[in-house]
Design a protein around this ligand. Structure first.
Ligand SMILES: [Fe+2]
Ligand SMILES: [Fe+2]
Length: 465
């Protein structure tokens, strides 16, 4: 790997550095919104007054404190004045969008050398967005765009050429599991969103891509430790996109749980695929039933219950090309069947739930309960665990419930806890030792006075009392 390293000119205290990166991230998000809208609307439209003003303020503030502001892309990452802007889930979409917009024009970044103004930023966005894809030949597009900016008297804003990739030491790359996990999570979400549009045609279900997607998550499940846990990824909740988000969360939880159960890599990949597809039949359910605010009528429940059968029917033809499809079919069909067989769908041939369906049923309930829905408050993870405990032997396989509680801990991953000291912390991993289930690994985020501190890891079993 090349070893070009970007300079890190910012000599600031860590609080200032964090504030700078936070503002840079905000600026990136504001840019994404405005670039996207510039394709569709005239920026002189009144609705853009406020977002434009906000972007101008952010840039001006950054220029004021730093002297200038350079937003540069390198590989799949952004750097603000040479400092890496870490991806966060809430800004991941904007991050990728702006990366792509710059990349397809062969532009390496944007430099703001003086305080911004609304007319200058508007003109910049117009010039940038009017330049179509594929125009970038031999770097001439960049020169032309910068020329246009000069012509339009846009002062202090310049597009930067692409530069060599910034090299990140291998050790840093491998330690940054969280970021890779976020990427893998986002890829799974993108995949499921894309492929479910063509759900009517099983031929178009890109199983190979699904397998690659799931494999990345399986690989990550073997890298747990150091404050990262795959199960913690399932605490990502996108309330506007429940079905897709839920399918990925169930997949992530199933892999994490399956790994703790001791399943082999091959089986974990199978389980992950089963879980990823478990609710695909919901794409056939009318939206007014799927998103109903109030309780469902008996007929609507019947319609909803059919999602298990629809999924099985869609997947069935794929058995010819891949015999393991049978696992996916059984999981989709049986995940609401219940351990005692009293659930749905009512099958003529009574068959017990398969292992993958029993695992999926547990993680499915956990994710569904811990997500806020139109008709349901978000339950705390320990409330969901309690419900599962009650349903052991009837709804759920009792042995698996026990194992799941061991896997998630008494304070499930993702829970926010208050320590006796008054500090606030987030549970990042359970304690594998059954005698210390009550002492998970945590990330402390505030001091005893509840003031934010740079998050740090602690193992409660090591802290004694
Ligand atoms: Fe379901
Ligand atoms: Fe589900």
């Amino acid at each position: 790997m090349a070893t070009t390293v970007m300079a890190v000119p910012m000599e600031t205290t860590s609080a200032e550095a964090r504030a700078f990166l936070e503002r840079s991230r905000e600026t990136l998000q504001q840019l994404a919104v405005l670039i996207r809208n510039s394709y569709l609307h005239d920026l002189s439209n009144q609705v853009f007054e406020e977002p434009l003003e906000k972007l101008v303020q952010s840039i001006s503030q950054l220029v004021l404190t730093e002297g200038s502001f350079r937003l540069e892309r390198s590989g799949e990452e952004f750097f603000a004045n040479g400092n890496r802007i870490r991806m966060e889930f809430r800004s991941l979409h904007a991050y990728k969008y702006v990366l792509n917009e710059l990349g397809k024009r062969g532009v390496g970044g944007i430099s703001f050398e003086s305080r911004a103004t609304v007319p200058a930023v508007t003109a910049f966005l117009e010039v940038f967005c009017r330049a179509g894809e594929g125009e970038n030949e031999e770097g001439s597009l960049l020169d032309r765009l910068n020329g246009e900016l000069v012509e339009r008297e846009v002062k202090g804003i310049k597009l930067l050429p692409s530069r060599d990739e910034v090299s990140v030491p291998e050790s840093e790359l491998s330690s940054d599991r969280r970021e890779r996990a976020l990427n893998a999570y986002q890829q799974a979400l993108d995949f499921i969103r894309e492929s479910m549009v063509t759900v009517d045609s099983p031929v178009q279900l890109n199983v190979r891509k699904a397998k690659r997607t799931v494999q990345k998550l399986v690989d990550l499940s073997y890298e747990e430790g150091s404050g990262f846990s795959l199960a913690g990824m399932a605490s990502i909740k996108a309330h506007d996109d429940y079905t897709f988000n839920h399918m990925v969360n169930v997949c992530v939880l199933a892999i994490a749980f399956g790994q703790r159960l001791g399943l082999k890599r091959h089986s974990l990949a199978q389980l992950g695929l089963c879980a990823l597809y478990h609710d695909m039949g919901k794409l056939h359910i009318p939206l007014d039933v799927l998103n109903k605010h109030t309780g469902l009528t008996e007929e609507e429940w019947a319609v909803m219950g059919n999602h298990t059968v629809y999924a099985a029917r869609t997947l069935f033809p794929l058995i010819v090309v891949d015999r393991t499809t049978v696992n996916r079919i059984l999981t989709s069909l049986q995940h609401h069947l219940r351990y005692d067989g009293t659930g749905y769908p009512k099958l003529k041939i009574r068959k017990k739930q398969s292992l993958y369906a029993r695992i999926t049923a547990i993680v499915d309930t956990f994710d569904a309960m811990t997500t806020k829905r139109i008709y349901q408050r978000q339950h705390l993870p320990d409330e969901a665990i309690a419900v599962m405990h009650q349903g052991a032997s009837t709804r759920y396989d009792p042995l698996l419930v026990k194992a799941f509680i061991n896997c998630m801990g008494i304070f499930p991953i993702g829970s926010t806890v208050i320590l006796r000291t008054g500090e606030l912390a987030v549970v990042v991993d359970s304690n594998p030792d059954p005698d210390h289930l009550h002492q998970p690994q945590i990330r402390i985020v505030t001091d005893p006075g509840r003031r934010r501190v740079p998050p740090f890891l602690a193992d409660l079993s090591q802290l004694g009392e």
